[in-house]
Every structure is written in C-alpha cells, then in structure tokens.
Design a protein around this ligand. Sequence first.
Ligand SMILES: Nc1ncnc2c1ncn2[C@@H]1O[C@H](COP(=O)(O)OP(=O)(O)OP(=O)(O)O)[C@@H](O)[C@H]1O
Ligand SMILES: [Mg+2]
Length: 512
Amino acid sequence: MSERSVGGAEQVAPQACFMVVDDEPEVCNFFSYLLKRKGHRVVAAYSGSQALDLLKQNRFNVAVVDLKLPDLSGLQLLREIKKAQPACEVIIITGYSTVKSAVEAIQSGAFDYVEKPFGDIAEMEDLLERALNVRAEMERLSHSHKELGFVVGKNKKMLSLIAASQKIAKKNITVLIQGETGTGKEVLARYIHSVSHRSDRPFMAFNCGAFTETLLESELFGHEKGSFTGATSRKKGIFEMANKGTLFLDEIDSASPAIQIKLLRVLETGDFLRVGGEELCKVDVRVIAATNADLASRVEENRFREDLFYRLDVASLFIPPLRERAADIPTFVHYFLEKETVEKGLPEKRFSDEAMALLEKHTWPGNIREVSNTVAQAVLLSKGELIEPEELPARIRPPQPEEAAEPEEAENAAGAAAAAPPYFAVHPRGEELSRQLAGFEELLTAGLDLKEGFDFNNFQEELKLWRERVSGQLIEQALELTFGNQVKAAELLRITPRALRYHLEKSKEEKA
Ligand SMILES: Nc1ncnc2c1ncn2[C@@H]1O[C@H](COP(=O)(O)OP(=O)(O)OP(=O)(O)O)[C@@H](O)[C@H]1O
Ligand SMILES: [Mg+2]
C-alpha cells in the first residue's frame, strides 16, 4: 500500500491537503478526524518510504510527522519533505524522551512539535490552522521582537535563531544560550520570556560568576536564619523569587561541582533545600542558562557535569558573533544612534560615509555591546550633526602615520586587547551598578576573618585608597577616549571640568 486515504476524506471539497505520517494508525485517525471536520483533505502514511511515495504524487500544505518511524527518522523525512516541497510546513510528533530531537527539527525548519500523548484538542486545532496560515504567523512574530527592542537584522542564521526561539519560548523546556560576550544572550533570554506563557510572571537574571561558592549557594537557594555567621534572618533565594517565572542563569560554567549537583536536582525535581534548612522547597521555574564558554568542551575536560549539561541543553541556541553577520552592522548602528539621540530628545545625528565604512570594517570583539558603547561615545563626543571618523574611538580608526606603533608595541597592544575584560556598559548605573557592587560587598565581607589580627582602621584606609584608584583609572580612560580633552572627559564622566581637575591634581600629589 503506497497511499491510503483516511476515512474517505477525498469526498469533501478540498481546502488544504495534509499528510499524516505515523506508524500508529490511531494517531493518523485522530488527525484525520480533526482535519476532516474542517473540510481538509488528509492522506496517511505509516512509514517513511510511504511518505516519500506520497510526496511524488501530491502537493501538501502541511505534513504531521512522527519522529520515530520504523524505517526513516522523522528528521530525515523532514529534510526530504523540505527538499521536495519547500512550501510544505512540517509538524513533528514527539514523545518526552525525544524532545531534544524535536527541538533540533524546529531548528532545521520544522514549523513546530507536539508532544504525545495529545492533551488539549483546541490547542492542536489552533496549531494546525497556524501551520496552514504560516505567512500571517510569520508576520505576527516579526513584529514581536521589534516591539521588544530585539534587533535581529537580515542574517539567515539570526533569522532562523529567532524563529526557533519564538517556538521554543512557548514550551516549558530548559534553554542553553551560547555566544561570545556582548552578542545578546541576556537580551535573547528576556525576549524568550516575553513571548512565553510566563510573560506576566517574574524574569530574574542572575550571574553565577559574581559570587563565591558559599555565597552562590545561598543566593540561588536562600538560607535559614543562623545557618552561617551573618545569616540573621531567613532569606529567599533566586529560585524562590523566580517561582512561576523564568530564571536566567548567566555564566553557568562558573558553578562549582557542588552547586552543579544542586542545580541538577532542582532541574530534575523542582525541589531544593535552603542553606541550613531541612524543609524541601518546591518551585516551578523555567531556567534559561547562558555561557560564553564552550560548555561541551568543559564536559569533555570533566569540568562540567555531563548530566547537568544535557539537562540544560534541551534547546540549544547559539548566537553568532557580529563579525559573522557584518552586513547587519549598519542596522545596529542606526538602532543605537536613534536610541542615543531621538529617544533621549536630542538632535538627530548620523555617521559620515567614511565613518560608517570604518564601523563596517571593524571586527567588534565586544559584539553588539561594543556597538552600543561606541555609538553612545561618538554621539557624546561629536560636535555637529555628522559624525566623522576622527570622532570615533581610536580602536575603530586605522592608525594614522604618526600614531602607528612600533611593531613590538603593536604586538603588546594586541595581546592586551585580547586579554581585556568584556566591555562594560558606558555608564553602569542604577540597578546594574548596585547589583555588581553588592556582589563585591558580599565577596569582601564573607572573606574577612575578624579573629586574625583584623585592623578596622587599616581596612577603611585601604578601601578609601581603592576607591581613589578606581576613580583615577576611570578618569584616565575618559582622557584616553577624548584624546586628553578635559572638558569632553568631564562630560563623559558626568562631572564638572573643575571636579575633574581637582581629581587630577590630587592624584598627582599622591604620586609625588
Ligand atoms: N539583538 C540585540 N538587539 C538590541 N540590543 C542588543 C542586541 N544584542 C545585544 N544588545 C545590546 O548589547 C548589550 C549586551 O547584551 P547582553 O548583555 O545580552 O550580552 P551577553 O551576550 O549576555 O554578554 P555577556 O556574555 O558579556 O554577558 C545589551 O545592553 C543590549 O543593549
Ligand atoms: Mg550576559
């Protein structure tokens, strides 16, 4: 049997043509029943080879394909369908154990997947209708990321990444986002949360790299009163705070082996113990983890638990670096230019053709964050409406003959750039700055040993010197960026030129 119509569907005036491929006849009958009610035509195949035969004889609008077929894998059949009939949308049927493959199918162009056993009939009908009206669906989705401030550009990899993210967002599965620093991992995580069913619940972002092991455990899972020195009251952890919502765990690679075990447990069972606690806490949290490390290599080197990796990596999203989507550089530049001018009520500005050419040529090691910072600096430093090459930071401009460094110096500079810490927001402020400083504070106070000849006065003096050193470094950076122009440097730091001169004088005195 190479073709078999289910339930005589051909007698109904054909609206659209569906193919259902599953070796279980009940599944085919179920879909046939649903679709026939809507007047659609349905043909069923019970193996991959039957489906391939049917593809030669019919044009299908939508194919519903089981991931586990007796002869072919659903993924192989998906590829064959897309090759033979690119306009045919494919819905994958999967069991719980094959969700990861179903997510891969989505990344290879499947419209969506449904999990067996099928629950809500209305939801299923809605899915089938949406697959039929794919154009309207695409249109709707393409607006969602614009509204949420997520610039995608025209790069093919990014377009399929966002399409896959939109579909994955609706599922209650763990997501692992990988990509270099500044590529937008947190932006993507926020986007996924915003288009998920949890969008009206909290989104909590948490950086695992900002804490020591002990603090990390208490920050993640909370602690009971008296569980350690300084634990004066019971404290909720981030998992509890994110209950019913989404928890974004950044720099997941920096979790120690002990924390990894606890994370594995909470992901598997949804429960955990607070530090010093005996009562099991239960939460419903969707975890989105991120890292700019190659987590699979960390697993191979035994630095990251394999079971945790697979738990996190159910849906794997990789954001390509900006240099691999260089055609989108102008889109990002214009986006940030508008943010820095029009949205702040400032006069419009634009980059001269020469300046734009330099921006397009730059390799952007700090990715989108670097573009955002560069545009903000250029807007601040430029005098007129047109931003010229000399108003761009030195790293973007080719070295002028007199600026050209000696070969050895150039090598050192390249080394320093490679080792440089990730780009910081231009003006870390408000919540972000407080969060980072709170991280430092906890690290510092937890690490102090008050018994071992601790000297409070000396401690305060050291802190004061440290504050001055950090301020001094920021002033130096501002002067570097403004080529020594004190007025512009003061503007960049948002202080008066007088305050800047005062700081400079003071640090000169201290050095003398
Ligand atoms: N697609 C995007 N659209 C708009 N803005 C973006 C996009 N991607 C990144 N950005 C901007 O770049 C900055 C860095 O993004 P984000 O913090 O998400 O990067 P990241 O990949 O998490 O970096 P890191 O690895 O250093 O934590 C953000 O402040 C955001 O404004
Ligand atoms: Mg991040």
